[in-house]
Ligand binder design. Structure first.
Ligand SMILES: [Zn+2]
Length: 270
């Protein structure tokens, strides 16, 4: 596969190719005519063998809160549910999950007070070491900064640091799936206040349904989940990237290819 997904370790997409060549199939639950999966019931169509669609295991549970007005067919949240069914739950607002341990939850959304995962991990480590927070503006800031850098990047164990090896620092990540004009109502919901917000580093979207007037860094939900997990693996789990989550883009990359080859065809024939 060429294009932006060329470097991904994706499962074979022949089943999608064959499915598409055969024309639409049906949803085994509601009977609707669909191509690959039913976006209302979050299941594969009856003529797509589940054995030929990858299953992805995620390092934490993922809740996706969907705006009720968001058109199901345009949402990529369902990709996550189908590809990682054991770990992903989709809620339709105003239904939202109960957060029993809010300090173990990350809300992946850029708002005032949100941090990149890198900054968040640094902040948490500083707190464990009893070092001043990053924002500190005391006189010995430079000295502290130097000490902090030494601690953060040194290979020696740090006296007094409580080891938390084996304990996952976070258990859930929450995403909001709707157009950016609809997010305000959800993000201001009091049940989501007090959760730590994280923002992703800048990634460009490849979504073919770009929202008018929005910057290219506004990601489709499946892209946001994918990039979040990549950063999470590297920065929180401290593992080198393994491509374990690449298959989350199984449908997305295929559809991207279709849309772009259709555009190319059109240009060629016009
Ligand atoms: Zn259905």
């Amino acid at each position: 596969m060429a294009g932006p997904f060329a470097a991904l370790r994706l499962s074979c997409q022949d089943a999608l190719q064959q499915r598409r060549a055969a024309g639409r199939s049906r949803c085994p639950r509601c009977g609707a005519s669909r191509m690959f999966y039913c976006y209302s019931c979050h299941v594969l169509v009856q003529d797509l063998d589940p054995q030929r669609v990858p299953r992805v295991k995620l390092p934490l549970k993922v809740d996706i809160i969907k705006h009720p007005n968001e058109t199901d067919g345009k949402s990529t949240a369902v990709h996550a549910k189908i590809l990682a069914p054991d770990d992903v739950t989709i809620y339709t607002y105003p239904s939202i999950p109960e957060f029993y341990k809010p300090d173990k939850v990350l809300l992946v959304f850029p708002r005032p007070g949100s941090l990149t995962l890198e900054k968040l991990m640094e902040k948490q480590r500083c707190a464990r070491l009893g070092l001043p927070p990053i924002e500190s503006s005391d006189h010995s800031r430079e000295e502290h900064a130097a000490k902090r850098m030494k601690c953060l990047h040194g290979s020696q164990p740090i006296p007094g640091e409580k080891k938390v090896a084996g304990v996952a620092p976070f258990e859930r990540a929450v995403f909001i799936d709707c157009t950016w004009n609809q997010t305000n109502k959800i993000i201001l919901d009091e049940r989501l206040q007090g959760l730590q917000c994280v923002e992703l580093r800048k990634h460009e979207t490849h979504f073919w349904r770009r929202q008018k007037g929005k910057p290219s860094t506004y990601l489709a939900t499946i892209e946001a989940l994918y990039y979040f997990l990549e950063e999470y693996e590297q920065l929180v789990l401290a593992r080198p990237p393994t491509g374990s989550y690449d298959d989350l883009l199984f449908f997305y990359s295929y559809m991207y290819g279709l849309v772009h080859s259709a555009k190319a065809d059109k240009l060629y024939h016009d």
